[in-house]
Design a protein. Structure first.
Length: 210
């Protein structure tokens, strides 16, 4: 074999080896990306969702709603020093509660409601969600927890109960609106000022679309 043949053979061998290394690198990258994507999908769908505009208190005991329908339990809230307080123990015991905020005036909050309906419930991921208890388009104020969904008992629209993402029904764009809260001395604490100034989103959206 002359010198040119040796060089050609060496070049071919190096080229083949380089192609093998490139293929291994691509396969490794695809494998890592696949593992990352699967992990991200599982994490997102596990419900470990946090809302920076609300509250992110997580209960240690995560309820299992599979095959169950959990109805709201009516409780009373308390007002103290400009704060609305809801006992954390009542939410833990009942998993979803209904209460009403009555302001200092006869303000009409929505429809003919001169109170602001509120709900608090434990999501399928264990997060405490505090929100207005209103399905704005249909004027519904009562909800149930069914499987991993929050269901309006007026129009039967369904939202994912971990982040209130609309799943089915006519009011998917307007789930109960999450509210900012804190946990203090065993109570869920909400600013009374925020509640007194609450306005329905549907009217704002209609004005923007006009």
């Amino acid at each position: 074999m002359d010198n040119r043949e040796e060089k050609r053979a060496k070049f071919q061998a190096e080229y083949i080896e380089a192609q093998k290394r490139k293929k291994r690198l691509i396969l490794t990258s695809v494998f890592i990306l696949t593992i990352f994507s699967v992990g991200l999908f599982i994490w997102i769908n596990s419900g470990r969702y946090e809302n920076p505009n609300s509250g992110n208190y997580f209960f240690e005991e995560v309820p299992n709603y599979t095959g169950r329908q959990v109805k709201m339990k009516d409780i009373e809230l308390t007002l103290e020093d400009g704060k609305v307080k809801i006992p954390l123990s009542a939410i833990k015991a009942n998993q979803i509660i209904y209460t009403e905020y009555k302001g200092k005036t006869d303000k009409i909050y929505y429809g003919n409601l001169n109170v602001l309906p509120l709900t608090a419930f434990i999501s399928s991921a264990g997060r405490l969600i505090v929100a207005t208890s209103i399905c704005e388009p249909c004027y519904g104020t009562r909800f149930t927890l069914e499987n991993k969904e929050l269901v309006c008992q007026t129009c039967f629209t369904r939202w994912r109960n971990t982040d209130l993402f609309g799943l089915s029904g006519g009011c998917v764009k307007y789930p109960p609106e999450e509210l900012k809260y804190q946990i203090e001395d065993g109570n869920v604490v909400i600013s009374e000022e925020m509640l007194s100034q609450w306005q329905p989103r549907i009217f704002t959206d209609e004005m923007q679309d006009a």
